[in-house]
Structures are given as C-alpha cells and as structure tokens.
Design a protein around this ligand. Sequence first.
Ligand SMILES: C[S@@+](CC[C@H](N)C(=O)[O-])C[C@H]1O[C@@H](n2cnc3c(N)ncnc32)[C@H](O)[C@@H]1O
Length: 205
Amino acid sequence: MVDQTAAREAPAAGRNREPLLAILRQVLPVDGTVLEIGSGTGQHAAWFAPELSPRRWLPTDPAESALASIAAWSALGEEPRPLSPRALDASLDNWPVGKRDQITAVFSANVVHISPWAVTEGLVSGAGRVLQTGGKMIFYGPFKRNGKHTAEGNVRFDKWLQDQDSRWGVRSLERISELALEQGFLMPELHDMPANNFCVSFAKS
Ligand SMILES: C[S@@+](CC[C@H](N)C(=O)[O-])C[C@H]1O[C@@H](n2cnc3c(N)ncnc32)[C@H](O)[C@@H]1O
C-alpha cells in the first residue's frame, strides 16, 4: 500500500522538467533502463517514465523518506510508471542493479553539488561498472567551467552550499570529465539549460 501523504514537492523539479525532457529525448539510448541516482522527491521519475517509454525508469535514493516520496509520486503518475524505487548510495560499490536490469543510462540531477566529492567519484565509477559501450551517463545541475563559476548567482549558491556542509559545492566540469575518462567515457556533450544550469552527457566507449 503506497502512502500518498509521503509525496514531497520540489518546485525546481517542476520548472526544469520540460527543458530536461527535451535533452533526454536527444541523448538517451532508445531502449533499456534509465537508472536515476538521487531521485529525491520522485517527481522527475513519475513525469519522465511515461514520456520516455518504452525505456524503463528506475529511481533510487539512499534516504528512506525519499523512497517513500518516490513511491507516492509514481502511484500518482501516468502509466507506464517507474520501476519500484531502490535504496542506493552512490558512494558505495554495492549498487543494487545487475545485468537483468539492462541499464543503458545513468541520470543524476542536482546531486553532485549537494553531497561530498566521494559521491561524485562513486557515481562515475558506478556508472562505468553498470554501463556497456554506447551507454550514457548524464548529469544535470550547475557546474564550474575551467575552474570558474558561469554566473554570479552560482557564486552565491556555492557559498550557501558550503555554509550548509563544507563538503558540498558546485563541481568543476573538467574534474568530472577527468574521472569519466578514467572510467572509459568519451568527452561530454554539453547543453546549456535555464537558470545557469547544464546538462552533461558522457557516452561509454
Ligand atoms: C537536491 S536533491 C535532488 C533530487 C532530484 N534529483 C531533483 O533534481 O529534484 C539531492 C538528492 O541526492 C540524494 N543523495 C545524497 N547523497 C547521496 C548519495 N550518497 N547517493 C545517492 N544519492 C544521494 C539525496 O538523498 C537527495 O534526494
């Protein structure tokens, strides 16, 4: 029985879903399962699963409250619904997915700057483990380019993040690309997004 009162709402997820969907349609492989890391409220999962069918959408998060919210949003959404959410901490190497899940893409929105750097490292190496040649690893959020913030608003946001937790912060796209190259990904495709964000898509070689 799904507890519908567990559904939490993040206003930004409502604002960025259309631009994100347009990019996902362009960059996702045509079939298989999209493994979402740090699904949070589950709004993206509930909206994207029917829009991107016949691909399957597998939401995950390490937080119990997030898993409940994801299940609630999934139940409220249209069919085909996301797969049942799984507990997954990206910094660990025991991701609860296997060959039978047919993961063709790993997608993560607004996670790498709101978590310690070890989560980014784990995310990139985990994506390297679960994806085959042609699989995609896609990040959405604010990023620094060539060591610099891309907008004044991101300077303030970065300071705010570090005031919350000194291990958090807007990440350098070049540092993430270095990690990705080590894991067998090619140089990324970069898409400008509204509100000083980017969508970054790496293909596995
Ligand atoms: C700002 S929310 C983003 C939620 C959603 N992706 C969105 O864009 O609305 C960050 C999410 O990252 C998750 N998170 C934090 N640490 C994580 C980790 N080690 N592995 C996976 N997800 C993590 C949090 O639980 C939270 O749900």
